[in-house]
Design a protein around this ligand. Structure first.
Ligand SMILES: [Zn+2]
Length: 1165
């Protein structure tokens, strides 16, 4: 049986070739014979030749086209397509049989279809059976997937640390073996930020630390009065948590690290100069510093060496001699000891700051011998200069790099098989292969939790959001097959009669295969005769593994005409390019660049892999205060321009010849692209319109009766007289006030209404902005965001420095796979319901997510809430169905299915969460909330909810331990550091240097990000390049995003998905500089370069390859910025060192962790 299953699993579906665009294509490859009937597109969908003209209007190429055309043609903007009702209200009664099916009919069915008469009804296993860990041994045997049996979980949670032996992977305790993380705060009361800040504001403290008073980023503190970025000193970790000034002066840069706690043991003695240097090594050398031996017993609160982040008394059950359980480097010497130096002293890179260190190194009152332990702590007379506080050693708190590395080490070697319900996938940062065995790949869906609480009370208690991030058209890795295309014939996909869920592995066939019971609503539906198949002795259809829809988590159905708008097979979509030719756009070289690029780019329009040419038609418009339409009909010798100056009531002055096939009209198009730059070379027009531009594209699509995408290249605030005219409302004084939210709201409702019209037509708008000043992204971005489009922004665009980035973005944007006129619906099993949606789309009701366009990069985050109890036995099921029109005009249904476990114990919930997905949800939630609430309120809400999540764990799941310990669930131990990154992001806590447009832009970007993107956006990747493996293709281990981790002699690459920096230390060896920059001198490196010189040496080749691989990995092209240490650009770079205190007042990781701990303690007390 197992063997058979495996054979089935592997053989029938190997045929799909990764399509060019990583996207399902009709007729790809040669299907195995048994699969053939389900693979071909419905003949009804064969695309005929492009209809000749647009019949009634084809002979009207005049500029006096009646303005009423729009209304004549708008009749087809009717209601969105029916995807069927959502799951009806929960029904606790017996599964209903659909009304039309009397039992007598089944007898009839027997006769007609001829299935063998069953003398008795076969045993029907529960719907969920095939996903219960125990029932599919094949998966475990094959992949050894670490399923999470209840027993195991219970063991782990009750015994906490004991049950699992540490794997021999590294010296680090793998998270699976130690389900919690704790950090001791024995001096916790002193972490109160308020009291601290006031103390800190004393002149003495300021003097000592040589910096202005730190701002507390927390509620109640004056967090927004911080001095502006440029004038402020580089971020320094908040000194308020140090109990005393640092013990010694450090050689400048090497002083970046807090001193290890061993200093506490030798109070008064100056630390050896070498003490801090071991920290400088790249992260792989998280080894305990040589000069900082942990000496148990010196401090009463000393952590046993095995504890990960634990400084308090050992937890019960914790092995005292756990060998590699101990993350030695993370053992917490620093936390017992008196405080080490504030991390920010890495600022010592500037020589003049040595003096500051000298001041700070004066002997501390009460320092020597004054640290017997917390008992005496309060008894100490407070030192005059600094309050007696502790700070944490950054090495002792959970490290994102360590978690990422451990997961990569432990989970990348074997494919992740999706057959086990409720199994959390590897982290989004881990490279792993996926085998679809009945649940959708994590490339398509990731959940915040894989054990949903059974009851809403439990969910409320934990406060863990139950959400999924869904990326319906995600591009899969090249070694994974795109979804199969299934054709159920003329009657369309087989669906549940009641909730309309699509045929999927959660449907249970019964009565010999004549009917199936829906896993979502339990309704029983008759199997249509053409779909009948016998069941085997386990109750499975014998063709189960020959049918993707029955055995795989993701598949795609061809849709019938019933699924088409107005019951009409769609036309192939069109792309319309609308180019701003006002003065700024021409002068910057943009118009030239676009026209030159377009000639080649048009050869790469999206197409089905079976097609030689793309079906997509193209059209061209230029504009400033007026619009110019172009007739590029193939029969013309030259393109013709038609000017529409009445922008108040936009219409399209021509139909025939506006949207054309590229190949047919190539000569005319090329001629046009040559002429446009010349025509506007001497323009004096500086004003632009914007809304009429969208209206023009929309009207053109309406006239052609097709969906499509507008590519708008726009440079300025549209102040010319026209609908949607905007005024400059940039007012930075509103930042931090209750009116800040208005900055994110559009200044007129006009664009919201326009977006609605666009969605109805399937008109997706991509906006490329090239502003030299405020353009009101919050308003201009409304239509792109509600139509599933994208916004790109190139501030102060210059061809030499930004041309590459723009062209790469444009190429990718034009070529990427996109579905049009899409409607997405998420169905769930009884007990939960999709209640909230985050992303770039439009919703006209509470269930249908409408996307004029949906591309492969867009993700939608969905939140679920209970409306009834869930059962452990059946779990929770979700099905995301997206109906869309492909680039060739085929109507398709992409269906993703996912089942998760349900639990009655909180400990089980906390065992199986995905923090990266949680952060994606929190960020989107927060970024939407700022439209209605002050940013401070939003930040407080996030902190509060996270504190509740963590305190609930502490209260209900963690072993008893002293209140001074912060105990985090293993799978959420990075929640504080990542949450802090969200809180201090430019959107929620802006620095003075960020523009309102940038904030609106970033807000919109994050809204449609998937988990991988949001992860690197909030916690950038920082790679040390000193020891580059120039032969192999392995990457160096990343280091934590903190200035402390930078070595003056090093070279580092930092990326966050939007920006890419190469940081060059002032002491980098000449050889290295020569290899990379072709100059031996640090001073001669040109910081304005945006690409490295192409040099013929192994190091240069490898480094450039890494840069290219980073760029290829992200949806947007990252321009390289070279940052020299101490150069003024370094301030921008430091903004991304997110573990440090930020110039805008955002807390350092260490400080934030202390704050979270305080919040948690308050909730517990
Ligand atoms: Zn149903």
């Amino acid at each position: 049986m197992n063997v058979n299953q495996q054979a089935h699993m592997t053989s029938p579906y190997r045929q799909p070739q990764p399509a060019l665009q990583g996207y399902a294509q009709p007729g790809y490859g040669g299907p195995p014979t048994q699969y053939a009937p389900y693979n071909g597109p419905n003949p009804g969908y064969q695309q005929g030749p492009t209809p000749a003209g647009y019949s009634p209007y084809s002979s009207l190429p005049c500029k006096t086209f009646p303005a009423t055309l729009a209304s004549d043609l708008s009749s087809n903007s009717s209601s969105p397509l029916d995807l069927g009702p959502v799951r009806p209200p929960p029904n606790s009664g017996p599964p209903p049989v659909s009304a039309s099916q009397g039992y007598s009919q089944y007898t009839q069915g027997d006769v007609q279809n001829g299935p063998p008469t069953m003398s008795s009804q076969p045993h029907r296993p529960p719907v969920s059976q095939s996903y219960l860990p125990g029932s599919q041994p094949a998966y475990h045997q094959q992949y050894g997937a670490p399923h999470t049996s209840m027993q195991q979980m219970t063991n782990q949670m009750s015994g906490m640390q004991v049950s699992a032996p540490p794997p021999a992977v590294s010296g680090y305790a793998p998270h699976s073996s130690n389900p919690q993380t704790s950090v001791s705060f024995s001096g916790a009361p002193s972490f109160t930020p308020h009291s601290v800040s006031s103390q800190q504001n004393s002149p003495a403290a300021s003097l000592t630390h040589g910096q202005p008073p730190s701002q507390s980023p927390f509620p109640g503190s004056p967090s927004l009065s911080q001095s502006p970025f440029p004038g402020a000193p580089p971020p320094v970790s908040q000194p308020q948590y140090s109990s005393a000034p640092p013990a010694s002066s450090q050689p400048h840069y090497s002083g970046a690290h807090p001193l290890p706690a061993s200093q506490a043991q030798f109070p008064g003695a100056p630390p050896p100069p070498s003490q801090s240097s071991p920290f400088h090594a790249p992260p792989s050398s998280f080894a305990p510093p040589a000069g900082a031996p942990r000496q148990p017993g010196v401090q009463p609160m000393q952590a046993p060496p095995h504890s990960q982040y634990l400084t308090g008394p050992p937890l019960p059950h914790q092995p005292m001699q756990g060998p590699p359980l101990s993350q030695q480097n993370h053992a917490a010497p620093g936390m017992q000891g008196p405080p080490a130096q504030p991390a920010g002293q890495g600022q010592g890179v500037q020589p003049q700051q040595n003096g500051a260190f000298g001041q700070m190194s004066r002997p501390q009152p009460g320092y020597g011998g004054s640290y017997p332990g917390p008992q005496n702590y309060g008894a100490q007379p407070p030192p005059p200069a600094a309050p007696p506080q502790k700070r944490l050693d950054p090495d002792s708190i959970p490290s994102p790099i360590q978690v990422i590395e451990d997961d990569q080490a432990n989970r990348s070697s074997e494919p992740f098989a999706t057959g086990v319900r409720g199994q959390a996938p590897p982290l989004v940062t881990t490279n792993f292969q996926v085998k679809d065995q009945g649940n959708a790949s994590p490339s398509y869906i990731r959940c915040t939790a894989y054990n949903f609480p059974c009851t809403s009370d439990m969910a409320k208690q934990s406060q863990v959001p139950l959400a999924a991030v869904i990326k319906p058209l995600a591009t899969l890795p090249l070694d994974e097959a795109p979804p199969y295309i299934v054709d159920h014939g003329e009657t369309g996909p087989i669906r549940c009669n009641r909730c309309k869920a699509y045929m999927c592995p959660f449907m249970q066939f019964i009565e010999g295969g004549r009917r199936f019971q829906c896993g979502f609503c339990s309704c029983v539906t008759e199997v249509p005769p053409h779909y009948f198949q016998h069941l085997d002795h386990t109750g499975k259809r014998v063709d189960c593994y020959d049918r993707p829809e029955l055995s795989m988590g993701t598949c795609e159905f061809t849709a019938t005409v019933d699924y088409c708008k107005n019951n009409k097979i769609p036309q192939p979509p069109a792309f319309i390019f609308l180019i701003d030719v006002s003065y700024n756009a021409v002068k910057s070289g943009l118009v030239d660049l676009i026209c030159a690029e377009m000639k080649t780019l048009l050869d790469y329009l999206p197409r089905e892999s079976s097609e030689a040419d793309s079906c997509i038609r193209v059209g061209f418009v230029t504009y400033n205060k007026v619009l110019h339409f172009y007739n590029v009909k193939s029969s013309l010798a030259q393109p013709q321009m038609m000017v529409v100056s009445d922008v108040a009531d936009m219409f399209v002055p021509l139909l025939d010849g506006f949207l054309v096939n590229v190949n047919e009209s190539r000569a005319v198009i090329n001629s046009l692209l040559d002429q446009i730059p010349e025509m506007f070379a001497d323009t004096r027009e500086t004003e632009t319109v914007f809304a009429p531009v969208i209206q023009a594209g929309l009207e053109a699509l309406k006239a052609a009766d097709c969906a499509g995408k507008l590519f708008i290249f726009h440079s300025s605030l549209p102040i010319a007289e026209a609908p949607g005219k905007l005024k400059n409302r940039e007012d930075k004084k509103l930042v931090g006030t209750d009116k800040e939210k208005t900055l994110f709201q559009p200044q007129t409702s006009f664009f919201g209404n326009l977006a609605k019209e666009c969605v109805a037509q399937g008109c997706c708008v991509d906006l490329f902005l090239f502003p030299n000043q405020y353009v009101d992204v919050a308003t201009l971005g409304v239509v792109p965001s509600q139509t599933g489009g994208s916004v790109y922004k190139y501030t102060y665009f210059q061809v030499p420095s930004d041309g590459d980035r723009f062209l790469n973005d444009l190429r990718r944007d034009v070529q990427k796979q996109v579905g049009f006129d899409a409607v997405m619906r998420v169905r769930t099993s009884t007990g939960i319901r999709a209640t909230d949606f985050f992303g770039d789309f439009y919703m006209s009701n509470t269930t249908d997510v409408e996307l004029a366009g949906l591309d492969c990069d867009k993700a939608v985050t969905v939140e679920f809430r209970h409306d009834d109890k869930l059962s452990e036995e059946s779990g929770a099921l979700m099905q995301c169905a997206v109906l869309y029109t492909s680039c060739s005009g085929q109507r398709r249904l992409r269906v993703h299915n996912l089942s998760v476990n349900c639990c009655t114990q909180l400990a089980d919930l906390y065992r199986n969460c995905d923090t990266d997905t949680l952060i994606n949800f929190f960020a989107k939630y927060a970024y939407r909330s700022i439209l209605n609430s002050p940013t401070k309120t939003v930040r407080d809400t996030l902190i509060n909810q996270s504190a509740q999540i963590l305190s609930c764990y502490r209260k209900n799941c963690a072993s008893p331990s002293s209140a001074g310990q912060l105990i985090l669930p293993e799978c959420m131990k990075l929640l504080p550091v990542y949450l802090n990154c969200v809180l201090k992001s430019d959107i929620l806590q802006p620095g003075a240097d960020i523009s309102l447009d940038d904030r609106a832009y970033l807000r919109q970007l994050v809204t449609s990000m998937d988990v991988a993107e949001s992860h690197v956006f909030f916690y950038p990747r920082l790679l040390p390049l000193q020891k580059l493996d120039v032969e192999g293709d392995s990457l160096p281990t990343a280091v934590r995003a903190s200035e402390e981790r930078l070595s003056k002699g090093g070279l580092y690459l930092l990326e966050n998905g939007l920006h890419l920096f190469l940081w060059v230390g002032a002491n980098v060896q000449q050889e290295l500089l020569q290899s990379v920059f072709n100059t031996p001198s640090f001073g001669q490196i040109d910081p304005s370069m945006t690409n490295l010189p192409v040099l013929d040496n192994p190091y240069s080749r490898r480094l450039r390859a890494i840069i290219e691989s980073f760029r290829a990995e992200r949806p947007r092209y990252m321009k390289l910025m070279v940052v020299k240490q101490d150069d003024k650009l370094e301030l921008i770079f430091k903004h991304f060192l997110v573990e440090d205190k930020s110039a805008s007042g955002g807390a350092s990781y260490v400080d934030f962790l202390c704050h979270m701990h305080k919040e948690i303690r308050q909730l517990l007390s």
